[in-house]
Design a protein around this ligand. Structure first.
Ligand code: C2E
Ligand code: MG
Ligand code: MG
Length: 755
């Protein structure tokens, strides 16, 4: 059992023996033992628990010791001399203890909360004033008024309730300033409260009846034990630690205490009337005035607090709104707020003869500026750009920053069709001058897209989207361009949306099909494999991939198509192999994979899955990616490496149309290189030298070479002369439906490893 609890139990048991022992020396000895035990407990508790602040506890020891001395003198007078003089030296010791104990509590209060806690102080003042009023009305007042008693006796007698009020004041402050309480705290508050209750009961009705005085003795003894237990409690150190400075709210308990205190004056009158006792009416009235003033002050403070909180909340709301409505870097409006402004302008435009236009400014190569000069310079360029756009746009046209390097100006006017391009040209001119940041000159360029609301159906999102499409078009046509979103773009978008929706249906309804174009060994003329090329069967005929693959590539639809092609092509080759193992046993199938699908985290699993499902050997699948993918797709090499780890081959399609230099070939994770058909189609007689160069470089890196688009025998002869490995083209066969491929069951299929 914890020491404090053991002491509390033992102490209370000792206290209960008090009623059993005979009055006189024995009972007084119990009193002495319990009082001294409390003093020792505090000294021991301070030693054991080592509180950071010892002063309050030293003061408590002094106060309790003073009481023990007083008890001893009192008992001596009572038991040995048989007469207790009043006042006596024991009263000096009793009364002397109160200020010392109050000082101890005061030190605790100071340590707990250094700040001036006005509501807490007012609350405790109200409680003290209320209880002080009763104490004066029932106890101190009558003592003072007893003119037949000598002055010294009256002064000493009245000093007791006054001392209790002093202790009570400190106690109320301590409780009011400490929202969170520990067990040590509760024990201490219990000790002081029990002491005050016993004192007050004794002062209100001093009686020598055995029951009554024993009951009061029990309370005083219990108070000693509670002081001791509080000091022994391990958390006693926390009593002097600063309390969490939370706001002092109106808890239910606090409200009950305050309203009871405020009701005390009328209650005092009522009790006096009922019992027929005379009370000092002016004192009660003054007390009532003081109490009412304190309660009013407390209310005023509470109202002020509420107002302050409301103002703080409003300020916070304003601040939050400002943050949400503005871009922190440039101070311009945010995208979200601009959308609201556009919405407002559009609805005004519907009622009045006004139109709404947007000027979307997109800085070109801004990432390069960030990379080259660092983000701090990048930020400065953005701030300066924002300043220039704001000036060029004029005060009437709100400007927002949409994202990293995109700004939009709202032009709400009589004729936005005419005015929007004017604003755009102003901005273009303003941004043409180079920026000078920390001594460096940085040149920027921008592309501008314009959109104007021409029908009432357009919403803010739609108008912004149109301006963005126009800006993409502007970017594509070169730096410094301005493009207007027009009917042509609108039609294009509508068509694109239609194709995309149609493709999704085609996927579900099985309207996609694969055609296969044979790949030939240049040396032997044997077919070594096929390339799978997707077609879309529509009522009006076959649609070629160029008409729908670029649209599918704008969304994850391309990944779905890719998965289907992988599945269908592997399934088909496996089925041909089963039908004619001699002809197809070694053939490969090449599947085109788009950059978006290669970048997708599912690609490796997708390929592994189709191999698993079809049962096709991994070495018979070729994955074709275009050369541009190596630049556009981050981690392309890593993904291709992972695919090769599965055992499939990788072919670099359309080589020569991207930016890969021949020197880079060695680092690329590829097995085959497909020279783009534009080389062979070229009328430039130098094409063969270029193909020779590429072939030699590829061979030096251990890479096979395929020539695409072979249409004539002379092209084939040149390729044979250059040592090109494989060829593909109409000269050998066009892409054919699967049924045709099987019908023309090839007798010219060779082993791809020995072309
Ligand atoms: P690619 O991968 O370079 O495919 C070769 C293209 O050249 C095919 O066009 C083919 O029909 C055509 N071709 C074959 N021999 C000759 C010839 O002798 N002369 C000429 N001028 N052309 C020839 P196709 O089938 O229209 O496919 C075009 C492109 O569409 C493909 O180029 C490929 O990039 C893409 N594609 C086709 N199918 C798919 C697919 O399933 N997925 C993905 N992502 N792209 C595909
Ligand atoms: Mg291809
Ligand atoms: Mg190609």
């Amino acid at each position: 059992m914890a020491v404090w609890r053991a002491y509390l139990v033992a102490g209370m048991l000792t206290v209960s023996t008090y009623v059993l022992v005979p009055r006189g020396l024995v009972s007084d000895a119990v009193f002495l033992v319990v009082g001294l035990s409390a003093v020792v407990a505090i000294c021991w508790g301070v030693r054991q628990n080592g509180p950071a602040t010892r002063a309050p506890w030293h003061l408590f020891v002094a106060g309790l010791l003073s009481w023990v001395v007083a008890d001893t003198i009192y008992s001596w007078n009572e038991d040995v001399r048989g007469v207790v003089p009043f006042p006596s030296i024991s009263d000096v010791a009793y009364l002397g203890a109160y200020p010392v104990l109050a000082a101890g509590i005061f030190v605790l209060i100071r340590r707990r909360g250094a700040r001036l806690d006005v509501p807490g102080a007012l609350d405790s003042a109200i409680v003290v004033a209320g209880l002080g009023l009763i104490s004066w009305a029932w106890i101190a007042g009558p003592i003072v008024a007893a003119s037949d008693v000598p002055v010294l006796e009256r002064a000493v007698a009245v000093a007791y309730p006054i001392s209790d009020i002093l202790l009570l004041t400190m106690l109320a402050r301590l409780v009011a300033a400490s929202p969170a309480s520990s067990a040590a705290f509760r024990l201490l508050v219990g000790a002081v409260s029990v002491q005050i209750i016993a004192d007050t009961a004794w002062a209100a009705a001093p009686s020598t009846s055995w029951d009554y005085s024993t009951a009061l003795d029990l309370l005083w003894l219990a108070s000693y034990v509670l002081w001791g237990a509080s000091a022994l409690h391990p958390q006693m150190g926390s009593l002097a630690e600063p309390a969490a400075a939370g706001p002092v709210g109106f808890t239910r308990r606090r409200m009950a205490a305050l309203s009871s205190a405020a009701l005390l004056p009328p209650a005092t009158f009522l009790v006096a009337m009922a019992t027929g006792r005379t009370i000092d009416a002016p004192v009660v009235v003054v007390g009532a005035i003081i109490l009412t003033s304190l309660v009013l002050a407390r209310m005023a403070y509470a109202i002020r607090e509420v107002r302050l909180t409301a103002r703080q909340r409003d300020d916070l709301q304003d601040e939050l709104f400002h943050q949400a409505a503005h871009d922190p870097l440039t101070g311009m409006f945010s995208r979200a707020y601009m959308l609201r402004l556009i919405d407002g302008a559009l609805s005004r435009g519907r009622c009045a003869e006004r139109s709404t236009g947007l000027v979307l400014v997109d800085l070109d190569r801004f990432t390069t500026i960030n990379d080259e000069w660092g983000p701090a310079t990048g930020d400065e360029v953005l701030r300066e750009t924002a300043r220039r756009i704001r000036t060029a746009a004029g005060a009437h046209h709100p400007v927002a920053r949409l994202g990293d390097d995109q700004f939009v100006v709202l032009v709400e006017t009589i004729d936005a069709v005419d005015e929007t391009p004017v604003v755009a040209h102003e901005i273009l001119g303003a941004l043409a001058a180079p920026h000078v940041v920390s001594g460096s000159t940085i040149t920027t360029a921008c592309s501008i897209g314009l959109s104007v609301s021409l029908d009432i159906g357009t919403d803010a999102d739609g108008l912004l989207h149109q301006a963005m499409i126009a800006s993409h078009r502007a970017k594509a046509s070169g730096a410094g361009a301005i493009e207007v979103f027009d009917h042509h773009m609108r039609r294009e978008i509508a068509q694109r949306a239609e194709v995309e929706a149609g493709l999704r249906v085609a996927m579900d309804e099985g309207d996609l099909e694969l055609h296969y174009q044979s790949v030939i060994s240049v040396r032997t003329g044997d077919i070594i494999g096929y390339e799978a090329l997707v077609r879309w069967r529509r009522p009006e005929g076959l649609v070629m991939p160029a008409a729908f693959i670029p649209i599918a590539e704008r969304s994850d639809l391309i990944c779905e198509i890719g998965r289907w092609v992988l599945h269908e092509a592997t399934r088909q080759l496996e089925s041909w192999t089963t039908a004619d193992p001699d002809a197809f046993g070694h053939a490969t199938v090449a599947v085109n994979i788009s950059g978006r699908h290669l970048a997708d985290h599912t690609i490796v699993d997708d390929v592994a899955h189709v191999l698993d499902r079809s049962g096709l050997d991994a070495s018979r699948l070729v994955v074709e990616v275009t050369e541009t993918v190596m630049v556009d797709v981050p981690h392309a090499a890593v993904q291709l490496g992972a695919l090769r780890d599965l055992g499939v081959s990788v072919s670099l399609d359309d080589f020569g149309t991207g930016f890969t230099s021949i020197g880079q070939l060695r680092e690329l994770p590829i097995d085959t290189l497909k020279i783009d058909k534009s080389f062979l189609a070229s009328t430039d007689p130098g094409w063969s030298e270029l193909v020779a160069l590429i072939t030699a470089a590829a061979h030096a890196c251990g890479t096979q070479v395929v020539a695409e688009g072979v249409e004539r025998q002379d092209q084939h002869d040149v390729l044979a002369g250059l040592g090109c490995d494989l060829a593909q083209g109409y000269l050998f066969a066009p892409p054919l439906p699967a049924g045709e491929v099987l019908r023309q069951a090839p007798d010219r299929i060779g082993d791809p490893l020995s072309p």
